[in-house]
Design a protein around this ligand. Structure first.
Ligand SMILES: *Cc1c(COP(=O)(O)O)cnc(C)c1O
Length: 377
């Protein structure tokens, strides 16, 4: 009999990479130019290509998604101690970026229908100190951008989207990064599209480009001129070239992800107690993740299902559990707000492995394990 150790390990994701030869060819010119970073040729090229692909007016590349978030928040120059309405149902980076800018996160509950910020609960949280709303297009699910914009305008607040999961998503025919005052993308190795490590900020006001440029490059504007206090958050040329190569293959990456997601859906639809969200008819889907919700009709609790998959060498993830507001570093530090929906989602969600090039057989294996649990009852 086969033991579980014999089964191949399946991880929640696998980084997309261009063919080896393609990347090696593409980086060769760097050995002539010796220009490895500092807004080089490929940095400029990638900024332009991504502006086009993401269908956004302006774009600034960054060393990673987190620094892109930090620099973006900083670029708006909010007074210290101001409040930012955000979601706790996200990767910890979102909350860290707010707190590291000396601002107070005010956690807003999310919707059971898609995990994004519940726009009907935002207004109640607005105070004199509120300066911005920072929602997340979690798993690539689009927030209610119209309603959020309306509220922001009524109260003169900035809207900064954490669009780390939403690469390539279009909403009502427009790039998702063209909504709000700024949208931040992550090109981390584990995301739909990667530059190994990397990120970008999309926006429409050119003035923001200048501010972000200063923030990401020490405020240097000439050999002998530093105009403002800045950090170092530039993308290097190796990363930019990885980005250019990966962008050439993004179409097939998205198509392969879609195929996997559809196979999961077809099979899991039959399993009682397992649910997944329906698609937003106004938005395209990038199949960044495949989250499922486990309810009482399923014989196992989420944690038991997670452990049982793990025993079979299948490494799903409890994204996003715990809520960022419940993490040791933030617990009981900020305003206490009811987060019942977020907590419920967080307790019952599990993200199944999904990546371009994933074997259909591996998906069948995962689905088999899940549906066998049901039959045992
Ligand atoms: C990945 C991620 C980030 C951070 O991006 P990095 O490129 O890893 O720094 C921020 N927010 C969310 C929601 C993410 O998933």
């Amino acid at each position: 009999m086969r033991t579980t150790q014999d089964e191949k390990a399946i991880f929640v994701t696998q980084s997309s990479m261009p063919p080896y030869e393609e990347y090696i060819e593409a980086i060769k010119p760097l050995w002539d130019s010796h220009w490895l970073t500092n807004m080089g040729k490929y940095h400029i090229e990638l900024e332009n290509e991504l502006k086009r692909y993401l269908d956004v007016p302006e774009l600034s590349l960054m060393v990673n998604g987190h620094m892109a978030l930090e620099m973006t928040i900083q670029a708006f120059g909010f007074p210290k101690g101001s409040e930012v309405i955000t979601t706790p149902f996200t990767f910890i980076s979102t909350t860290h970026a707010i707190v590291r800018n000396h601002l107070q996160p005010v956690f807003c509950d999310v919707k059971a229908s898609d995990g994004t910020m519940d726009e009907t609960k935002i207004e109640n949280l607005i105070t004199e100190k509120t300066v911005a709303i920072l929602p997340v297009h979690v798993y690539g699910n689009v927030c209610n951008v119209e309603k959020i914009q309306e509220i922001a305008e009524r109260y003169s607040l900035k809207v900064i989207y954490d669009a780390a999961h939403a690469f390539g998503v279009k909403y009502k025919g427009k790039g998702i990064g063209s909504y709000g005052d700024a949208s931040v993308f992550s090109f981390h190795a584990t995301k739909v599209y990667n530059t190994i490590e990397g990120g970008a900020v999309a926006f429409s006001q050119h003035e923001l480009y200048e501010r972000l440029y200063n923030l990401k490059n020490f405020g240097i504007r000439g050999e002998e001129l530093v105009v403002s206090v800045g950090a170092n958050a530039k993308m290097n040329e190796f990363a930019a070239i990885m980005g250019l190569c990966n962008l050439r293959h993004i179409h097939s990456v998205l198509a392969e992800r879609k195929k996997c997601a559809e196979l999961y859906k077809k099979e899991l639809e039959k399993v009682k107690g397992i649910h997944f969200w329906t698609e937003n008819k106004y938005a395209t889907n990038n199949y960044a993740y495949f989250p499922i919700l486990v309810d009482e009709a399923f014989p196992l609790k989420r944690d038991d299902l997670y452990n049982c998959l793990k025993q079979e060498n299948i490494h799903s993830r409890k994204y996003f559990y715990p809520l960022t507001s419940d993490q040791a570093c933030f617990k009981n530090k900020y305003k206490k707000i009811s987060l019942d929906v977020a907590r419920e989602l967080s307790a019952n969600i599990i993200v199944l492995p999904l990546y371009a090039g994933m074997d259909a057989g591996d998906i069948e294996r995962i689905v088999d394990i899940i549906s066998k649990k049901l039959k045992r009852e």
